[in-house]
Design a protein around this ligand. Structure first.
Ligand SMILES: [Zn+2]
Length: 65
């Protein structure tokens, strides 16, 4: 998975202004919430979710399952 091919979240969103640490993580190609490496995504939906929230698959699973 090439992170450069993924659409990144809009860092001007309110959540990222409130939590600048999350925006920092995304700029470094890290997961917004856990700060870990962005690994693989299960499907297109997960990729889309990344482009909104900046969460890696693991964090998405935690939130949505
Ligand atoms: Zn994560």
């Amino acid at each position: 998975m090439n992170i450069d091919k993924l659409k990144k979240p809009n860092l001007l969103k309110l959540a990222f202004l409130i939590f600048p640490k999350m925006a920092e993580n995304i700029k470094k190609n890290k997961c917004a919430t856990c700060g870990g490496k962005i690994g693989k995504f299960k499907n297109e939906l997960s990729k889309q979710e990344y482009s909104i929230s900046g969460m890696c698959q693991k964090c998405q699973d935690k939130v949505f399952n």
